[in-house]
Design a protein around this ligand. Structure first.
Ligand SMILES: Nc1ncnc2c1ncn2[C@@H]1O[C@H](COP(=O)(O)OP(=O)(O)OP(=O)(O)O)[C@@H](O)[C@H]1O
Ligand SMILES: [Mg+2]
Length: 298
């Protein structure tokens, strides 16, 4: 795993409010999720990482750069979409994209091609003040994606998007991660999130109470989910054997698949292989991992 950034004892106060308290984390190449209830500090950290606000104290580094002191350099490598992302209302969408392209020294063809990502060409010649919420969000996201950034920082990017646009966004994020782009994504849509996260960061009251690889977190919480298809196996026999493995915490039948929850991936995989089951897939149930991580923190 390749480190792409980190924070060290990072704090941010707004008068008496501690928005971030002593946050020390590493960020790695891949899809990093920022999760946590309203007001827990996700957007504050995202704004600090984007060089938009300054931390009260502590350190932060992204792609080897200090976001506050080297914002211009950083923004040439990173595409950002913030919550309440401010764009000049009097400008046309296309003018904003051309402005970004100019800053990044990108050709006009890049601007033209970017319009296809969310199919926004029909309205980018209109001024922004007339855009609907979703139209605005699609313009912001197009701007973030412009110029094939090395890193994407997205703060609840699906907000306001229709379902087709949401799917396009998820598709685009998958493509970006597959080609080595690091994505930092804050989201509340745990149950319907189709993306496979590599790392997760759980925020609560300004602290990051748990973070690390999804595999490790699932293991710690006993929520490694192993799934395999039931074919012509003798199911009763398989089930009995599975129940007798101490490390198995839950077994359930979902359609043609059997799902197992465990804290011990290796032990259970070995036992399954003894039963002749090798077609095992590991999945992560984000909503359940989230609620377990949060309840353990209380
Ligand atoms: N400009 C500000 N002035 C005062 N307090 C602020 C400011 N910005 C954020 N806060 C406070 O900092 C805390 C963290 O807010 P933040 O926006 O980071 O939460 P969040 O995790 O992004 O929440 P949400 O899921 O609702 O977007 C909250 O208590 C919030 O009220
Ligand atoms: Mg937020």
């Amino acid at each position: 795993m390749k480190e792409v950034g980190h924070t060290e004892s990072l704090n941010k106060s707004y008068g008496p409010i501690d928005a971030l308290k002593n946050v020390t984390i590493n960020l790695y190449e891949g899809l990093n999720l920022f999760l946590g209830p309203n007001g827990s500090g996700k957007s504050t950290l995202i704004k600090i990482m984007s060089g938009l606000i300054k931390s009260t104290n502590g350190k932060v580094e992204l792609l080897g750069l200090n976001p506050w002191q080297e914002r211009v350099k950083l923004m040439q490598k990173v595409g950002v979409q913030l919550e309440n992302h401010a764009l000049p209302k009097w400008a046309k969408g296309i003018e904003v994209l051309r402005y970004y392209a100019k800053l990044e020294k990108l050709p006009e063809t890049d601007v033209k091609n970017s319009l296809d990502i969310f199919d926004i060409s029909s309205y980018v010649d209109r001024t922004i003040d007339g855009y609907s919420t979703g139209m605005y969000q699609k313009l912001v996201l197009t701007g973030a994606l412009l110029g094939e950034p090395e890193m994407l920082i997205l703060d609840e990017p699906t907000r306001g998007l229709d379902s087709v646009s949401q799917q396009k966004l998820y598709q685009k994020i998958t493509e970006k991660v597959e080609t080595g782009c690091t994505v930092i994504l804050s989201t509340h849509l745990l149950a319907e999130m189709p993306l496979k996260a590599d790392y997760a960061y759980f925020f609560m009251n300004g602290e990051v109470i748990k973070w690390g690889s999804m595999e490790k977190i699932a293991e710690e919480l006993g929520l490694v989910k192993l799934t395999f298809p039931i074919k012509d196996l003798n199911m009763a026999r398989t089930l009995t054997r599975l129940m007798s493995i101490q490390e198995v915490t839950e077994v359930s039948l979902k359609g043609d698949n059997l799902e197992i929850l465990t804290a011990d991936r290796k032990k259970v995989t070995d036992e399954l292989e003894k039963l002749g089951i090798t077609e095992i897939t590991e999945k992560h149930e984000l909503a359940r991992i989230y609620s377990e991580a949060m309840s353990k923190a209380h």
